[in-house]
Design a protein around this ligand. Structure first.
Ligand code: ADP
Ligand code: MG
Length: 219
């Protein structure tokens, strides 16, 4: 089953009188359960593409079928729902709230989704941090913080996990642990798309998509 089908998806930014063609006619199909790495030089459009895939931003043109639903023309009020039902997002900077415990951080998205059922402790078990549930983020290593962020991204049982340079702030040992976690989640059936500069990490995915100058490169 195709979870993601983009057709000639484009995004332009306007900087003064200049138009930046950040993503140009990107056509990508992702099947349910795939593990994909998105690679390319800085400024090639990786974050732009991930933000569109995660419905955090809207395209300038093109089509995006997410789990069979056209989302390219939706308003923010509708995109909130689409994100809640489909998307988990992990960022390079973790974005944990410093005054909340690990468990409270994982449960945070439930504030905006009253129908969500708390699986925070199960998820902390999966990411190997249940013993840290009552700690504050500052008491954790970077790798542990990112694993908390991954648990938080999974709390609403998303169909797809998007991670934009998730190991960008981690040393090689912690990067390895985070990548092993993505591999585990993928083996359990989750669809994962991650941006990485690290070719060791990209090699561990099933498919590598290359971007250059806002365009998907063939082959
Ligand atoms: P990457 O993640 O591969 O480094 P980005 O998607 O962040 O690339 O950026 C692609 C291009 O779009 C770059 O030229 C960048 O400067 C430009 N860009 C990204 N976001 C904005 C924005 N909000 N406004 C203007 N230009 C932007
Ligand atoms: Mg980026």
């Amino acid at each position: 089953m195709n979870l993601v089908v983009t057709d000639k998806l484009s995004k332009n930014y306007h900087r003064g009188s200049e138009t930046v063609h950040a993503l140009q006619e990107a056509s990508l199909t992702v099947k349910q359960g795939e593990l994909i790495s998105l690679v390319g030089p800085s400024g090639s459009g990786k974050t732009t593409f991930m933000n569109l895939l995660g419905c955090l931003d809207t395209p300038s043109s093109g089509s995006y079928l997410l789990n069979g639903q056209e989302v390219a023309g939706l308003q923010e009020s509708q995109l909130v729902k689409v994100r809640q039902q489909n998307i988990g997002f992990v960022f390079q900077q973790f974005f944990l709230l410093p005054t909340l415990t690990v468990k409270e951080n994982v449960e945070l998205p439930l504030l905006f989704n009253p129908t969500g059922k708390s699986r925070a402790l199960d998820l902390l078990e999966i990411v190997g941090l249940s013993s840290r549930r009552n700690h504050l983020p500052r008491e954790l290593s970077g790798g542990e913080m990112q694993r908390v962020a991954i648990a938080r991204a999974l709390i609403n049982s998303p169909k797809i996990l998007l991670a934009d340079e998730p190991t960008g702030n981690l040393d090689s040992k912690n990067s390895e642990k985070v990548m092993s976690l993505f591999n585990d989640l993928h083996r359990q059936g989750l669809t994962v798309i991650l941006v990485t500069h690290n070719m060791d990490i990209a090699r561990r995915s099933e498919r590598v998509i290359r971007l250059a100058d806002g365009m998907i490169q063939d082959g």
